[in-house]
Design a protein around this ligand. Structure first.
Ligand code: SAM
Length: 248
């Protein structure tokens, strides 16, 4: 039940995310992400890459322009529609997969890389998804996860106060404010039912990936200065981004 509600929530959020992605594509952030991605992929040959939870297609565009063969997957039809439009404008032609409850997508030993940004915090069954990714990767393939403890304020009241204080300061520096209070409170309500809202990450991920058989697991938390504006650096200073790379 929550999953259907959740999918509709992402349909409703597609417009806001599309705006965010346009800003990223037209700013210093695009080049910053290219070098962050290249450092983790660490190969020059064209690879088969699955962008899981592509949203409006930011990673799909950047990775396609880097020469990779990208499959862009999402369960929100409006996110996939936005990704298609953005890929057309960028002149790239990835494969698109819109997964629904009825879709069977189980491509074993297929991808060199499975990547996701800001998706794993939203998963209802994160262990199941990580286990699928392990199956879908070729031997020697890599999982690359980018995320942050976005909802820690819901789990920890003291943290919530720190976060609100930082957001107020960031607004004075131009941090964007959205007139979408209803959508955001719906997002908080969904997040209260998500397991990773209450997990210590990225430590949680390291343990689960290790148990699934991933090796060479590497965690980095030092790239916010590259991807954030001055206002975002203040807003998110208590919830640093992390990346996790693991090899099958
Ligand atoms: C916060 S957005 C991030 C979008 C994109 N990765 C980015 O960084 O711009 C999360 C995306 O994950 C998708 N998503 C969440 N759970 C999913 C699932 N189980 N299967 C496929 N897509 C999912 C949502 O529809 C949404 O597009």
């Amino acid at each position: 039940m929550y999953e259907v509600k959740h999918r509709k929530y992402w349909d409703k959020s597609a417009k806001i995310y599309d705006g965010i992605i346009h800003d990223e594509l037209n700013s210093f952030k695009k080049e910053a992400w290219e070098s962050i991605l290249q450092a983790r992929i660490a190969e020059d040959r064209p690879l088969q890459i699955l962008d899981f939870g592509t949203g409006p297609g930011f990673f799909t565009i950047v990775l396609s322009q880097m020469g990779h063969h990208v499959t862009a997957l999402d369960f929100s039809k409006d996110m996939i529609a936005a990704a298609k439009r953005n890929c057309d404008s960028a002149g790239v032609k990835p494969q698109f997969i819109h997964v629904t409850g009825d879709t069977s997508f189980n491509p074993e030993n297929t991808f060199d890389i499975i990547i996701s940004r800001n998706v794993t915090w939203t998963l209802h069954q994160p262990e199941k998804v990580y286990s699928d990714w392990h199956k879908w990767l070729k031997k020697g393939g890599k999982v690359i996860i980018f995320d942050a403890n976005w909802n820690i304020s819901l789990a920890n009241k003291i943290h919530g106060k720190i976060y609100q204080r930082d957001i107020k300061k960031a607004i004075q520096l131009g941090f964007p404010q959205y007139d979408e209070a209803e959508l955001f409170s719906e997002g908080d309500e969904i997040a209260k039912h998500l397991p990773l809202t209450y997990a210590m990450r990225p430590e949680w991920d390291r343990a689960v990936l290790f148990q699934l058989g991933f090796h060479n697991i590497r965690i980095d938390q030092d790239f916010d200065d590259l991807i954030y504006t001055e206002a975002e650096k203040i807003a998110y200073q208590s919830i640093p981004s992390f990346s996790i790379v693991g090899t099958k």
